[in-house]
Write a protein that binds this ligand. Structure first.
Ligand code: URA
Length: 432
């Protein structure tokens, strides 16, 4: 078999055979296929797509290129959630605690942020002592005993994806639905979960800017999951404006704790309860979404979700007193208000630009090895549809420097105040 013929085939829009896909993945991992041929095939896939069966084959070959976690020793149906990433998306943190409080095992393997989107691991590392790198044995023990763990990838998960993703990043082939879907699902299948709820973001702050593209990605993800016997569904949620009010690592942990205490912002709470209800039903702990939602709400009112979160923090080496004293996390030197320049209704808050503003304050990475400032970020006081009077604070900017004029200008350019606003629904579609 020759890589040249495989590239030629995809260039002409033909379906690759299982053997050809396996030859490609094996060659990428062994290093026998040079980067220029891999890149050429990725571009051909970008333009000509892949059939469902090609996507499943690519996913499984990438999954088999590395370790596969066996979680069968843990009691109960293991349920995970994956989000395609957004601004202010701290959902995993309170969600894992709510679901685990119902005695459902939640083994979460999460990632770091890059660019304008935040990463769950970075947020958790704002808690003094919290360790995201724990051994596979400790991970399993924790999920068995505490029913939840949120960690970084252990061992060698899907090394083929690591190599292919690095090349996609520099060859303008990241935003290809078959490549995104196989990349995400190879890692999720390798992580050993029984069931998966996927939150596909749509809008300005998301990978997929249009509902059509988001729907196509959601369908591809679910099809791959179901094709390998995983209980899997997706929902599409809005990422035109940031989720919740807080953007920034420590600020998002504080907002997650507030939610667990019953004081979360309405949009974040709605998304957490919706995703959580699907997880509870997939785990077989409720017969209907309504019953599941009521049970989850109960874990907030009786305090058990908050205690679950504390248990996880302590089990992973963190300071559990963060729950009562979020101020033990790094605090920014300055809190700077951003007043509205006119009266009206907030019509747009461009999520990607607010994410970039938080990154420029030091809360996100511009390069993969950048150090983060956990304290900085933004807390929104107005969301789309809210009325404002001139001079009202639109947001508080948490900064370690007073000189943030360029960042303020950037934010002003990306918040629109008009006479009216079109309300955007948070949850757009469910894909099963
Ligand atoms: N997340 C992934 O893991 N892979 C992609 O290709 C895109 C987002």
């Amino acid at each position: 078999m020759r890589m040249l013929d495989i590239i030629e085939s995809k260039k002409l829009g033909r379906k690759l055979t299982d053997e050809e896909i396996q030859f490609f993945v094996d060659g990428v991992v062994s290093g026998e296929i040079p980067d220029y041929q891999t890149s050429a095939l990725l571009m051909a896939i970008y333009f000509n797509g892949m059939t469902d069966s090609e996507q499943t084959q690519l996913t499984m070959d990438m999954m088999r290129s590395g370790d596969h976690l066996d979680l069968s020793s843990i009691d109960g149906t293991k349920v995970d959630k994956h989000s395609t990433g957004g601004v202010g998306d701290k959902t995993s943190i309170p969600l894992a605690a709510l679901v685990a409080a119902l005695d459902i095992p939640v083994p979460m393997i999460s990632g770091r942020g890059l660019g304008h989107t935040g990463g769950t691991l970075d947020k958790l590392e704002a808690i003094p002592g919290y360790q995201v790198e724990i051994s596979e044995a400790d991970f399993k023990k924790q999920v068995q005993n505490q029913r939840l763990a949120i960690i970084g990838a252990t061992g060698n998960i899907a090394p083929a994806d690591k190599k292919i993703y690095a090349l996609r990043d520099v060859t303008a082939t990241v935003d290809s639905i078959p490549l995104i879907a196989s990349s995400i699902m190879s890692k999720k299948i390798a992580s050993g979960t029984d069931a998966l709820v996927i939150d596909v973001k749509t809008g300005a702050g998301a990978f997929m800017k249009t509902l059509d593209d988001s729907r196509a990605l959601a369908k591809a993800l679910v099809k791959i999951g179901q094709g390998v016997g995983m209980d899997c569904m997706a929902l599409i949620s809005d990422m035109n404006q940031p989720l919740g009010d807080a953007i920034g690592n420590a600020l998002e942990i504080k907002e997650s704790i507030d939610l667990l205490k019953g004081n979360g912002p309405a949009d974040l709470l709605d998304l957490v309860l919706t995703l959580g209800s699907h997880m509870v039903v997939l785990a077989g702990k409720a017969d209907s979404l309504e019953e599941a939602r009521t049970k989850l709400e109960g874990t907030i009112t009786d305090g058990s979700a908050l205690e679950k979160f504390r248990e996880m923090v302590v089990a992973q080496g963190g300071d559990g007193s963060v729950v009562d004293h979020p101020e033990i996390m790094p605090q920014a030197k300055y809190q700077i208000e951003l007043p509205a320049k006119q009266s009206g209704v907030v019509a747009e808050i461009e999520a990607d630009e607010i994410g970039i503003a938080s990154m420029l304050l030091g809360g996100g990475r511009q390069k993969a090895d950048d150090k983060l400032d956990y304290a900085v970020g933004i807390v929104l006081h107005k969301k789309i549809g809210d009325s404002v009077s001139e001079g009202d604070s639109l947001m508080t900017i948490y900064s370690d420097t007073e000189d943030i004029e360029a960042i303020k200008d950037r934010i002003y350019q990306n918040i629109k105040i008009s006479d009216s606003a079109t309300a955007s629904t948070l949850i757009k579609e469910i894909i099963k």
